[in-house]
Ligand binder design. Structure first.
Ligand code: 5GP
Length: 139
């Protein structure tokens, strides 16, 4: 079964589409966290960033890069939070990669991205070295 975002791509359900090209699309979030809250997706269905082919990732970032200033200027925002909920444990509800562009305003009462984690770990230097090595070997 196709995702709700694929149905938007196919024009089967309506959305306020603000940008579209061959491989990506952007539209307003149906439940905005702020005026102008926009979602950027690859048109092809990939559940997580980890599943996105390199060429699609390049296109996706190009569209995010294009949309961030457009969204901010359109609602006169002071800044924006740009983020992916990448996987269910991170709060992803729609299993089709999407980047949230959430306009932010001075004094809007929201938090920084540092507020998304639960309990933060207290890691020793050797643990940090080991983790860095593991990531480096896979990057
Ligand atoms: P997630 O939690 O998966 O990162 O976020 C999914 C986002 O998609 C939510 O912010 C939600 O409001 C938005 N959303 C869910 N269904 C629809 C829809 O049918 N149309 C649009 N435009 N946004 C949707």
């Amino acid at each position: 079964m196709s995702t709700i975002f694929s149905q938007i791509v196919e024009g089967e359900i309506p959305a306020r589409v603000v940008y579209e090209d061959e491989t990506t699309m952007a539209f307003l979030d149906a439940n905005p966290l702020a005026p102008g809250h926009t979602l950027v997706i690859p048109k092809d269905e990939h559940e997580r960033l980890n599943d996105v082919p390199d060429a699609v990732a390049t296109d996706l970032y190009a569209t995010v890069h294009r949309l961030v200033p457009a969204v901010e200027a359109s609602v006169d925002a002071d800044a924006s939070t740009v983020a992916f909920n990448n996987g269910e444990a991170a709060g992803q509800e729609v299993p089709h990669v999407h980047c949230h562009i959430v306009p932010r305003f001075e004094g809007d009462g929201g938090g920084p991205i540092h507020a998304v984690a639960g309990d933060t770990p207290d890691l020793e230097d050797d643990e940090l070295d080991e983790i860095a090595g593991e990531i480096e070997s896979r990057a």
